[in-house]
Design a protein around this ligand. Sequence first.
Ligand code: ZN
Ligand code: ZN
Length: 144
Amino acid sequence: MSLMNINGKCHCGAVTFTARVDPKKVMACHCEDCQILSGAPLRAGVPTTLENFSLHGEVKSYVKVSQSGNRRAQVFCGTCATPLFSRAETNATSVMVRLGCVSEREQLKPMLSIWARSSIGWLSDLDKTPKSEQQEVYFKAEDA
Ligand SMILES: [Zn+2]
Ligand SMILES: [Zn+2]
């Protein structure tokens, strides 16, 4: 297993982290909780152990209780609300890093999709949509 060093940063810059991760463990989660909590059609993440994770800055968390009763803290920046990682509510030994805030996300391609049964149907059609390199003129800046 060869580990990769990654750097994470929230949108406002108040929180940063570094981690060592196994790129083969990147996954995309299509569960409804991830869709709602991320504000996106899916959420990608990579797990790591606490020894391989170093956090700087103040964070807040929201505890999500799954149908099975599993309690996970969803950790985010209290200023800009960027989702950063999740961990067990108590006695965490590992974290699941959210790929969106990782600088190296382009190199971290998901190797597995979980909760495919709730995957958004149009995801696979995105490739076929018209592409604009930046923002289309008919989308006002306030919409983004
Ligand atoms: Zn922030
Ligand atoms: Zn999920």
